[in-house]
Design a binder for this molecule. Structure first.
Ligand SMILES: CC(C)(COP(=O)(O)OP(=O)(O)OC[C@H]1O[C@@H](n2cnc3c(N)ncnc32)[C@H](O)[C@@H]1OP(=O)(O)O)[C@@H](O)C(=O)NCCC(=O)NCCS
Length: 196
C-alpha cells in the first residue's frame, strides 16, 4: 500500500521546489504526505468532525453540521469508513506524529473526502494533497476529475481550476445541505500543478 513519502520543508519565505514533482509550491509548514492506513481511521474521523464543527460552521447551520457528522457518531457507518480506506486512494498529511489533513480519490477520478485540520488551515496542506490526488488520476490515465464540494471548500477549488456543474441539495438525516458538483478536465501529458 505504502508508495512513497515526500518531505516538504519551508526554509525561506520564497516558494521552493517539491523535489518529487519539480513543482514550485509555497510551503508554510513542515509536513509529509503518505498513503493512509487502517490505523489512521480514528484520527481521520476526529479531524473530520473537528474541522466540520469549527471551520464549516461559517457556511452551514447547527442542524446541517450535526447531519454532516452524524456518520461518525456511535460507531454508525463504521463500515463505510473502513471501505473508504481499503478501496480508495487515500493521502494523509502528517506534521510530526499529528495528522493535519487527508484527501481521498474514489474510482480514480472522484475526489470524495478532503479535509484539513482546523488548526492548520491556509498552510498549503490542501494544495499538496490535491496535487497528489491529481497525479494519481493522471497515472491512471483519467481524463476528468469530479467532486461534490462544500460551500467552505469551493473557494479552494478555484485555484486548480475546477468548474461548477451544478448546485446540489443533499439530504442527510432529514436535513438539506447545499454543495456543488465540480469538474475539471485533466491532460495526461502534464504533471499536476495548482497553476494548471
Ligand atoms: C477547503 C480546505 C480543504 C482548504 O485547505 P487548506 O489547507 O487551508 O488550503 P490551502 O492552504 O492549500 O489553500 C490554497 C489556496 O486555496 C484558496 N483558499 C483555501 N481556503 C480558502 C478560504 N477559506 N477562502 C478563500 N480562499 C481559500 C486560497 O487561494 C489559498 O491560497 P492562500 O492561502 O495563499 O491565499 C479546508 O479549508 C477545509 O478543510 N475545509 C473544511 C472541510 C471541507 O469543507 N471539505 C470539503 C468537503 S467536500
Amino acid at each position: 500500500m505504502y508508495v512513497r513519502e515526500y518531505r516538504l520543508v519551508r526554509q525561506t519565505d520564497q516558494p521552493v521546489s517539491d523535489t518529487v514533482t519539480g513543482m514550485e509550491i509555497e510551503m508554510r509548514c513542515e509536513f509529509t504526505i503518505r498513503r493512509g492506513e487502517l490505523n489512521d481511521l480514528p484520527e481521520l474521523k476526529k479531524l473530520f468532525v473537528d474541522t466540520i464543527t469549527s471551520i464549516c460552521k461559517a457556511d452551514y447551520d447547527a442542524d446541517q453540521i450535526d447531519a454532516w457528522i452524524s456518520d461518525t457518531k456511535s460507531g454508525a457507518n463504521r463500515q463505510s469508513w473502513y471501505d473508504m480506506i481499503i478501496n480508495q486512494f487515500v493521502l494523509v498529511a502528517q506534521y510530526g506524529i499529528k495528522i493535519v489533513g487527508f484527501a481521498t480519490l474514489d474510482d480514480g477520478n472522484h475526489i470524495d473526502l478532503f479535509y484539513v485540520h482546523k488548526d492548520h488551515q491556509r498552510q498549503g496542506i490542501a494544495s499538496r494533497l490535491y496535487v497528489g490526488l491529481e497525479n494519481e488520476a493522471r497515472r491512471q490515465h483519467q481524463t476528468i476529475l469530479t467532486a461534490d464540494i462544500s460551500k467552505t471548500a469551493r473557494r479552494f477549488f478555484i485555484t486548480p481550476k475546477f468548474n461548477v456543474l451544478a448546485e446540489q441539495v443533499v439530504n442527510r438525516k432529514g436535513v438539506d445541505l447545499i454543495n456543488y458538483k465540480m469538474i475539471k478536465s485533466i491532460d495526461n501529458n502534464q504533471t499536476a500543478s495548482n497553476q494548471d
